[in-house]
Design a protein. Structure first.
Length: 430
């Protein structure tokens, strides 16, 4: 694997992460802490670092976060559920499969994986956005407690783990050489087995954008409790419930559909209002006469095209309702500003790339007129929603979990900022 980071660079990345001063001698790298436990010094032997980076270079990459060789596989996992981050962090979970020659472990990241992750994120410029708890308030509390109790190791990598609340990985060791496909199959089987027997949902974090999303949002918003003002608006309870569900999970599917439910909340009312206004406009035109059958027939035709009867129930055009809701509540320029603040490359992505699994059309947010932008956004969002909801075999546009996850992740910021715009638009000042 291409690992273009020298040992000195890796040591500097660790120093940046720990906010420590870096120095070296012939034997070790030394990190002098400036935060909690100020003045304490931690070490990493140069021979050990050299051995770890050599091991990393002998491995390959699966997706963006899976590190593997022909006898080992390791990937970050995130625990989801009502009490995430507690059940599997106190001790290593180890399961041996003597029949197939596999050993499964749920534990903190190995030394080589931890170094690879830090170096790769630093090289991408996303270390601060990883959302892994590095030197987060929780991490600092853990460090403070360890220093106060005299339990802190002088090993630099142990300190990194101590200040990292989310570096939990699934590790698989094989007694013989196996393929990456076999490792993926074993990982899927073990995670299902774990969920079935222990009611614990561990979800592989396969792409860097999954890791950095929360960090980017925190950077955009006020993340310190001391900086919060009291709310000065009253928000719709139903919309807030869907929004909270979206941000409480790391599942891109649940996130997308929860944000979609925020938009969907207004479909019927906005569509009906638009149809009523259209009818009022038509019947008040000087050219319209209720005495002319032709005029009445045209009006009936308009209503028929707008409404459909299915199983004796009158329904409306959902794509059109989506377009109307976006047009009423979302300012395209403001939406672009939010997206740019989150990730400057995303607007260009939406303008040039259709959603691969749903064929959701490109949305030229910068170059199209506002009405056209809204139409394109509506088509992109609706096609993706349909691909997520309809999973019948033979569907041309359907979402395949894990396979299409990377593409879906790209759509989540768009959906979040659209739903936030709607929630804010319909809120009331206190």
């Amino acid at each position: 694997m291409d690992f273009p980071h020298s040992d000195e660079q890796v040591a500097q990345y660790i120093s940046n992460l720990l906010r420590a001063d870096l120095r070296s001698d012939e034997v070790s790298w030394h990190f002098k802490f400036k935060g909690a436990g100020s003045g304490k010094e931690f070490v990493l032997a140069k021979a050990r670092l050299e051995s770890l980076t050599s091991t990393i270079r002998q491995k390959e990459l699966s997706d963006e976060t899976g590190l593997y060789s022909d006898t080992s596989f390791e990937i970050l996992v995130n625990e989801e559920g009502p009490f995430p981050g507690r059940r599997l962090r106190e001790e290593t979970l180890t399961v041996h499969d003597s029949e197939n020659g596999f050993t499964y472990e749920i534990t903190t990241a190995s030394d080589e994986y931890l170094l690879w992750l830090i170096a790769t994120a630093s090289g991408k410029g996303t270390l601060r956005d990883l959302g892994m708890g590095f030197l987060s308030p929780i991490g600092r509390m853990r460090l403070d407690r360890a220093f106060a109790d005299g339990e802190a190791s002088n090993d630099a990598l142990d300190i990194v783990r101590l200040s990292s609340a989310r570096s939990l990985t699934l590790r698989i060791q094989s007694a013989s050489k196996v393929s990456l496909k076999r490792f993926h199959s074993a990982a899927t089987s073990f995670l299902f087995h774990l969920a079935y027997n222990m009611d614990v949902a561990l979800v592989p974090q396969r792409f860097f954008e999954e890791l950095s999303r929360r960090g980017r949002i925190s950077r955009m918003r006020r993340s310190k409790a001391s900086e919060l003002d009291p709310p000065r608006r009253t928000y719709n309870e139903d919309l807030v419930s869907h929004y909270l569900l979206a941000i409480s999970t790391d599942s891109p599917t649940i996130q997308f559909l929860s944000y979609y439910h925020v938009i969907e909340h207004f479909f019927e009312s906005v569509f009906n209002d638009d149809l009523i206004e259209h009818i009022k406009s038509t019947i008040t035109q000087p050219s319209f006469s209720y005495k002319r059958k032709k005029d009445i027939g045209l009006l009936i035709g308009t209503i028929k095209r707008s409404l459909q009867i299915r199983s004796e129930t009158i329904t409306f055009s959902e794509p059109e309702a989506l377009r109307l809701v976006l047009g009423k509540f979302v300012d395209v320029h403001e939406l672009m500003t939010r997206i740019d603040e989150y990730d400057p490359s995303l607007v260009a992505y939406y303008e040039a790339t259709e959603v691969p699994f749903s064929k959701g059309c490109i949305a030229k947010l910068r170059t199209s007129e506002a009405d056209q932008c809204v139409r394109e956004l509506a088509r992109r969002i609706y096609a993706t929603r349909n691909a997520l909801v309809h999973s019948k075999d033979g569907e041309k546009a359907r979402y395949i979990p894990f396979k299409d996850e990377r593409a879906l992740i790209k759509e989540i910021p768009l959906m979040r900022f659209v739903s936030e715009a709607i929630i804010l638009s319909v809120s009331d000042t206190n």
